[in-house]
Ligand binder design. Structure first.
Ligand code: F6P
Length: 343
């Protein structure tokens, strides 16, 4: 029987267990494979730290948040120089363990960093398949990553709650949303939550436009405003994006301002039904790719169709929001500000 490994690496997100279950169950039930789960991302591969996953262990985890395998941000190919030479002992250990265990494939579930490492391992001759996950939705080569829908739901719920308290106190409420260098999560939750101003890393903003929008609303008898800001916007590094904006808005408009940094709540808890389905489909498809020897690839969704892209193409490319994204264009026509209307 074929023997495969599964690992989850990088920041966690809802749906990881659904994906592990999707790969594992399909591999065992449909293809009779043996499945090993490596602990704590690439650390598990380096240290030969794994447990065999039987089908019974994959039951009851579909709805669980986090990852039963644990995760880490370990990057085995990170350039470390030792005595003037690049230290390659971690990739060497991985290759040795892969051979020693007689693995036929390793399934790497993760975001951009994870796919980059996966593509390097594939280049070294290991059979690797990637599954894209992240709340940031910024993995190149796929239209969507699992974890994103759950995070949009959590962030939207938070924005909904800020509306009522902002209204009661007639305040400007700023909410900072995760997403690293990408604005997907802020854009989707901002539109879903009816944000008045949405600031994304991909669209350079200026404080004048932000304040003008708030003042115009005030004059239109809308004495409160909701500002949804992505953590990755340009801001001084000794402050959060939210506190930087909060100070500036209060100074220039004189309107009382409060800030909320939503943080890790966006990554926790049970996945939404959409994420459960997406993670399950990705997982099952990864197992099928192994059976078909379709290695060196990442499973992906393009135009609502399951497909694969080469890991080499994914590399460490980021999929960012295009400033002329249709959702942005439509939102602008409804009066939503993206902070760039005035110079
Ligand atoms: O990639 C997911 C994410 O939550 C980003 O949105 C955020 O910038 C980053 O991870 C936080 O990283 P860490 O888990 O290392 O604090």
């Amino acid at each position: 029987a074929q023997k495969i490994g599964i690992l989850t690496a990088g920041g966690d997100c809802p749906g990881l267990n659904a994906a592990i279950r999707g790969v594992g169950k399909t591999a065992i039930v449909e293809y009779g494979m043996e499945v090993l789960g490596f602990n704590a991302g690439y650390l598990g591969l380096i240290n030969n730290d794994y447990t065999e996953l039987k089908e019974s262990q994959l039951s009851g985890i579909l709805t669980l948040g986090g990852t039963i395998l644990g995760t880490s941000r370990e990057k085995p190919y990170k350039m470390v120089k030792k005595n003037g030479k690049t230290d390659t002992h971690k990739p060497e250990k991985i290759k040795k363990n892969y051979k020693k265990l007689g693995l036929d494939c390793i399934v790497c579930i993760g975001g951009n960093g994870t796919m980059k490492t996966a593509s390097m391992l594939a280049k070294e001759g290991l059979n690797v398949i990637g599954i894209p996950k992240t709340i940031d939705n910024d993995v190149w080569g796929t239209d969507v990553t699992f974890g994103f829908d759950s995070a949009v739901q959590i962030a939207t719920d938070a924005i909904d709650r800020l509306h009522t308290t902002a209204n009661s106190h007639q305040r400007v409420m700023i909410i900072e949303i995760m997403g690293h260098h990408a604005g997907w999560l802020a854009l989707y939750s901002g539109v879903a939550g009816g944000g008045d101003i949405i600031l994304l890393p991909e669209i350079p903003y200026n404080i004048r436009s932000v304040c003008k929008k708030i003042e115009n609303r005030y004059e239109d008898n809308k004495p409160y405003s909701i500002v949804v800001v992505a953590e990755g916007i340009d801001h001084p590094k000794n402050q959060t994006a939210a506190s930087h904006l909060s100070e500036a808005i209060q100074t220039y408009t004189g309107i009382e301002t409060r800030e909320t940094v939503l943080g890790y709540i966006q990554r926790g808890g049970s996945p939404t039904p959409m994420d459960r389905i997406l993670a399950t489909r990705y997982g099952a498809h990864a197992a099928q790719c192994i059976a078909e020897s379709n290695f060196g690839t990442m499973v992906a969704m393009k135009n609502n169709e399951l497909t694969t892209v080469s890991l080499e193409e994914v590399g460490s490319n980021l999929r960012l929001v295009q400033p002329e994204h249709p959702l942005i264009t439509k939102a602008r026509k409804m009066g939503v500000s993206f902070g760039d209307e005035y110079q």
